[in-house]
Structure formats: C-alpha cells, structure tokens
Design a protein around this ligand. Structure first.
Ligand SMILES: *[C@@H]1O[C@H](CO)[C@@H](O)[C@H](O)[C@H]1NC(C)=O
Ligand SMILES: *[C@@H]1O[C@H](CO)[C@@H](O)[C@H](O)[C@H]1NC(C)=O
Ligand SMILES: *[C@@H]1O[C@H](CO)[C@@H](O)[C@H](O)[C@H]1NC(C)=O
Length: 343
C-alpha cells in the first residue's frame, strides 16, 4: 500500500500496486499540501509522499519597495539633498551562495530595497527583502548548505533511502527517511522513527542498522522421569518447532504433552505422576477387599478413586461403615482399616 502521511487520504486505494502505478494523495480540508500530489511505485518503492500542513495565517506582508518609494516621494520635502545622500546606501552586501535578484547599482536611496534568493539547493534563512535604512542595509538572509548523501556512509551503515529519489541532494531542514537493508534491523531503540533524520546546515546524521539476530535454536529437549519423547531427539531444533512426550503405562501426564522451542529455550515439559499399585498384603492386614467393579485391577492412575469394602463381619474402625472410596495420590493409597465387630 502507498504511504499515507498524517491528515491525508489516498484517492482510489487498492491492495497491491505494480511498477509504474501512480496514486494521488490529497490533504484533508484545512490542510495544505507540500510536495508532489502524485506518487509512483518504482521498482518496489514509492516516490516521496507529500506532507499535509495546517494552514498558516498569512502574516501581514511587508511593504513592497514600490510602496516605500511612494511614501518617500510624498514625505517631507524639507530634507536637504545632502541629507538624502548621507542616508543613501552603497551596493548591497554579497551573500555566500546567494543571488541578488534586483539590479546592482552604485547607490540606493533611503527606503529602497533589494531582493535576494539562494543558489540551487541552498535554503534561504531570513528575510529575502533587504532595505536601505538611513545609510545601512537591514538584516540580510543567509543561504544554508544542502546535504549531499554520502554513499559510503550509507553503505557502511547498512541503510537505504525509504523513498525513491533521483537526486542525492536535500535542502537544509528536509526530513530524510532511511530504512534498513534486507537482513538488517535498527538496534533496540525508544525512537519512534529510528530511520528519520534531518538535514542540518549541510550535515546529516546517518542512522545505523545492525545484522538481524539469527533465530536462536534449541538443544535437545529435556528428559523426564517416567516418560519419554514420542520420537528420538535431534541434536538441534529450529525456533518454533515442537516435540511431544508420553508417560509410561498408568502414569498420569500433568502439564502440556507438547513443548516448543522459543528463543533458544524449551517451554516446560510435562510431569508423569506414578500410579498406585494395589497391595494384597496391605488389604489383608486391613481386612478389606476390592470392590467387584475393579476386579483384577492392580494399577490405578493418580487421581483415580478405588472402592474397598470390609470383609464379612468387619466394620470400619473409625466410621463403622463397610464401603470406602479412596483416592490415589502420587502413588499412595490410604487403605481403610476394618475390624471385627465387638472387638
Ligand atoms: C529614510 O527612510 C525612513 C523609513 O525607512 C524614514 O523614516 C526617514 O525619514 C527617511 N529619511 C529621509 C531623509 O528621507
Ligand atoms: C549605520 O551603520 C553605522 C556603522 O555601522 C552606524 O554607525 C550607524 O548608527 C548606522 N545607522 C543606523 C540608522 O542604523
Ligand atoms: C563519507 O563517509 C565516509 C564514512 O563515514 C567518510 O570517511 C567520508 O569522508 C565521507 N565523505 C564525504 C564526502 O563526506
């Protein structure tokens, strides 16, 4: 999709675009467009999008030289010719990288003005109109140097321009957006747009990208007690891969049977909890029998209930009842105890 600057909308947006496709960008009402209204997809990159800026209240325009000249002509006439000469100015100052747009004269009358602009790619900072004021010229503008992209620095920093551009020149104040070359990333940063930089008096700070951290792999998964992997383990696993465990017979699997390799670490493997093994010996000692339902069963899963009852003429030692439900807990069964009546 094309870039969408703040306060802008794209006319007739689509999902994908092809080389040569053009898109028109418009600013919301009350915003003025700066830059090209039309951007183009060129070899996988969009040309630089415009920006939308809130309308500025037009400042009261300064008086033009004509208006000033007129004011002077109609003003007081008692000034002597001498005074007028005293107050006139010599040739306007030469500005570095600047261009004088007005005709160059030897002498300028008090109140007259000249216009300056800057050479190509130079940014005019200050007033473009300079006035002759009682023998002196008012404050002059300066022409700020542009930034010329340094291809060596760009390559060294593993970056490239985000927007397609023919020229490698930027004006003072221009925002320049870089992105990382394929396989590189901005280092961890709190900056919102780490690839953005601004041309400042001909100087540019280039952002830097570093090689992407390779996805960390995992070693063999851990072995567990009373269980095993469903497949033989490998020496190394890719990030995101998984393995499965199963518990030995009658062992209760607690947790997740599948674990995952994530950032070089395995998630927690399951635990296999041992079963309870029925003891004929213990049953005999406690005078209990197994309920018919569990006939011939020897092993019970952790958490399972086992039904017992007292031998004939026997009753629960404490409860006085004859039927019992006992839960298997981590391999331990608490056998109920039955005693002969009257004892
Ligand atoms: C020179 O111009 C200023 C305004 O820029 C004006 O106030 C002043 O009276 C002028 N002086 C003469 C001698 O005309
Ligand atoms: C003009 O410049 C001269 C020399 O810098 C200074 O002495 C004079 O006060 C200035 N005149 C005005 C009107 O600023
Ligand atoms: C460009 O960048 C390289 C590396 O940072 C630096 O050595 C070189 O002087 C720069 N060239 C210019 C013209 O600034």
């Amino acid at each position: 999709p094309p870039p969408l600057p703040p306060h802008a909308h794209v006319i007739a947006a689509r999902r994908t675009y092809h080389n040569g496709d053009k898109v028109r960008i418009q600013c919301q009402s009350k915003f003025e467009i700066r830059g090209s209204e039309e951007i183009q997809c060129e070899k996988g990159k969009w040309t630089s999008p415009p920006i939308c800026i809130g309308s500025i209240n037009k400042q009261e325009s300064e008086p033009t030289s004509l208006e000033l000249d007129a004011a002077i002509r109609t003003s007081k006439t008692y000034h002597s010719e001498e005074m007028k000469i005293q107050q006139s100015c010599t040739s306007p100052p030469v500005i570095k990288n600047g261009v004088l747009l007005s005709p160059l004269l030897l002498s300028y009358k008090n109140g007259s003005s000249v216009e300056y602009s800057c050479q190509l790619y130079h940014f005019l900072d200050g007033p473009s109109t300079v006035y002759c004021k009682q023998g002196n010229w008012t404050e002059q503008p300066t022409c700020l140097d542009p930034c010329i992209l340094n291809v060596t620095a760009i390559n060294n920093n593993n970056i490239e321009l985000k927007w397609r551009r023919e020229e490698l020149m930027f004006l003072h104040g221009d925002l320049i957006e870089f992105e990382c070359k394929e396989g590189y990333d901005f280092p961890q940063t709190t900056l919102l747009s780490p690839g953005r930089t601004q041309c400042n008096h001909g100087r540019l700070t280039y952002p830097k990208c570093v090689l992407k951290a390779p996805m960390e792999k995992c070693d063999s998964p851990p072995s567990i007690a009373n269980g095993a992997l469903t497949l033989p383990p490998l020496a190394q696993y890719e990030s995101g891969s998984s393995v499965q465990y199963s518990c030995y017979d009658y062992h209760f699997l607690q947790g997740s049977e599948r674990i995952y390799c994530s950032a070089g670490q395995w998630t927690s493997p399951p635990v296999c909890i041992e079963p309870c093994t029925l003891s004929k010996n213990e049953m005999e000692k406690n005078n209990v029998l197994l309920e018919g339902f569990y006939e011939n069963q020897v092993y019970f899963y952790h958490g399972d209930y086992v039904g017992f009852y007292c031998k004939q003429n026997h009753f629960g030692e404490e409860s006085g009842t004859t039927l019992f439900q006992v839960q298997c807990k981590r391999g331990q069964l608490e056998y109920p105890r039955c005693v002969k009546r009257g004892k």
